[in-house]
Design a binder for this molecule. Structure first.
Ligand SMILES: [Zn+2]
Length: 228
């Protein structure tokens, strides 16, 4: 008999919290670009979203992942055995290759490499990540747009998990600060996803705007962009 992933989550929930009423479980696989997972418990409903690349994971791996996610949800330490089992699974060559393939297919959009003619977005990303995000942000796909747009200097594309900067910024006469600021802004889009309030979609949330103020020399950077 094949045990469904939702059944595995309820079994692990039972083991970890024997006296808590079992919530309803809504588990879905989504087309995330990375091996990602999200969990939320709200009013008796446990919402689990897993990357579809995890759909074929063996039962023991799914069990380990359930334990990891539930421990994170309750802010309990994750048992090392579960962490190790899940990590081992992710590292298996075949799985890794499959993930790379998915990433490539999903990443097939018009983006040129992170290393431009003047600026290397990977390097700038790592520096900003270290300075403003404790080095904790997972690196998305980074690249330059093929066309040099003046109106769209950068954008974050969630389905491709990609940040694309306009080629117009990859020029010697553009100060590095301007490139850093545009990339930082897009990194904040990754960090603070758009919120939906009723029908209205709020892209620059309050938290987003607060965080943007942390950027050193913000005014100077904005002025540079105006002068482009
Ligand atoms: Zn924005």
């Amino acid at each position: 008999m094949v045990t469904s992933s939702a059944q595995i989550f309820s079994r692990v929930f039972r083991l970890l919290r024997p006296r808590t009423p079992l919530p309803r479980i809504d588990l879905e696989f989504r087309a995330y670009a990375n091996a990602n997972a999200k969990i939320k418990l709200d009013q008796g409903l446990l919402e689990v979203r897993l990357a579809d690349t995890l759909a074929g994971a063996p039962e023991q791996v799914m069990e380990a992942l359930a334990e990891i996610l539930l421990c994170k949800l309750w802010r309990r330490p994750v048992p090392e055995s579960s962490n190790a089992r899940y990590r081992r699974f992710l590292n298996q060559r075949e799985v890794r290759r499959n993930l790379d393939l998915v990433r490539q297919i999903r990443g097939r959009k018009r983006v040129e490499p992170a290393q431009g003619e003047c600026y290397d977005l990977d390097a700038i990303f790592e520096d900003l990540n270290f300075r403003y995000f404790f080095g904790l942000m997972a690196r998305p796909v980074l690249g330059w747009s093929p066309n040099a747009s003046r109106t769209l200097l950068g954008h974050y594309d969630p389905p491709h998990n990609a940040i694309v900067l306009s080629r117009i910024l990859d020029r010697a006469e553009v100060p590095k600060l301007a490139v850093e600021y545009v990339l930082f802004h897009e990194m904040l889009h990754l960090r603070y996803p758009a919120e939906h309030r009723g029908a209205r979609r709020c892209v620059h949330t309050v938290a987003f705007k607060q965080a943007e103020k942390q950027f050193e020399r913000l005014r100077e950077a904005k002025a540079l962009l105006k002068a482009l």
